[in-house]
Design a protein around this ligand. Structure first.
Ligand code: AMP
Length: 270
């Protein structure tokens, strides 16, 4: 693999990145002032049609780093999928599809569809028939649609592998490879992964063309003045354990993170 390493240009603005007016308008409305480092590095490369390997975690702004340039390049008059994003979980697929929808507010005729297992085929099939430019899906369900003939990737221009290491960890890597083999040879590929295990490197070497590699240091590195401790408790005892901590530890404020929307809600209510 001939990979170059791009140095992020942190001083550039979204206007410098030559995004189209409807996207810039939305970014203004969202209050995004400056591109994050992964965005500053990735957006020009994806606009220029390069394959990209982005080593970046959640929270670095990686979703907009691929969503913005790919939206920028869409042909909205066409209704066959032009962009396919593969994501490890249903939740991430929905989240990424929502991000595309959000950034595309001022792009009339834009359609994105999340497809994932556990959801009935009916609504997915009718949306696919109506036409979508961007699909965000979990690998298994994408393959199901390819096998049924309900997903036409003949006009695909870009494939994004989001959280590739998670897809590997969850056992989807063969499915990912199957999809890579079925998309047109002329497509652009962007691969994002927080870590680069050897199997992900191999995928990149086999399927990406002269990729430019971008590594962004995690913004979530722990500050030196933070002490980390953990307490192992089984599921049913978690609330009791948290209650004990709340009673025992003095605090002014506290942030509690939960894995799912529902779990967050239930915990807040309790
Ligand atoms: P991500 O890493 O893609 O999960 O994004 C993390 C969060 O940062 C999301 O809530 C985005 O809406 C937000 N975000 C992404 N890019 C920017 C930016 N340039 N300025 C401000 N917020 C941003």
């Amino acid at each position: 693999m001939t990979s170059e390493t791009a140095a992020p240009a942190p001083s550039s603005t979204f206007r410098d990145l030559a995004l189209i007016a409807p996207l810039l308008r939305k970014l203004d409305e969202l209050g995004y002032e400056l591109p994050t480092p992964i965005q500053a590095a990735t957006i020009p490369l994806l606009l220029a049609g390069k394959d990209v390997i982005g080593q970046a975690q959640t929270g670095t702004g990686k979703t907009a780093a691929f969503a913005l340039p790919l939206l920028n390049k869409l042909d909205l008059s066409k209704t066959k999928p032009q962009v396919l994003v593969l994501a490890p979980t249903r939740e991430l697929a929905i989240q990424v599809a929502e991000a595309f929808q959000k950034y595309a507010t001022h792009l009339p005729g834009f359609h994105v569809l999340p497809i994932y297992g556990g959801q009935s085929y009916g609504p997915q099939l009718s949306a696919l028939k109506r036409g979508v430019q961007v699909i965000v899906g979990t690998p298994g369900r994408v393959i199901d649609h390819l096998e049924r003939g309900s997903l036409d990737l003949s006009a695909l221009r870009c494939l994004v592998l989001d959280e590739a290491d998670e897809m590997l960890r969850m056992g989807f890597i063969d499915d990912v490879e199957t999809v890579l083999k079925k998309v047109p040879a002329t497509r652009q590929v962007a691969l994002f992964s927080a870590t680069m295990p050897s199997q992900i490197r191999r995928i990149a070497q086999t399927y990406l063309k002269d990729p430019v590699e971008i590594a962004i240091k995690s913004t979530t590195a722990t500050a030196a003045n933070i002490r980390q401790r953990y307490w192992m408790v089984s599921g049913v005892n978690k609330l009791d354990a948290l209650t004990r901590i709340l009673e025992a530890e003095p605090f002014d404020g506290m942030l509690v993170f939960a894995r799912t929307k529902l779990g967050t809600q239930e915990l807040a209510e309790k």
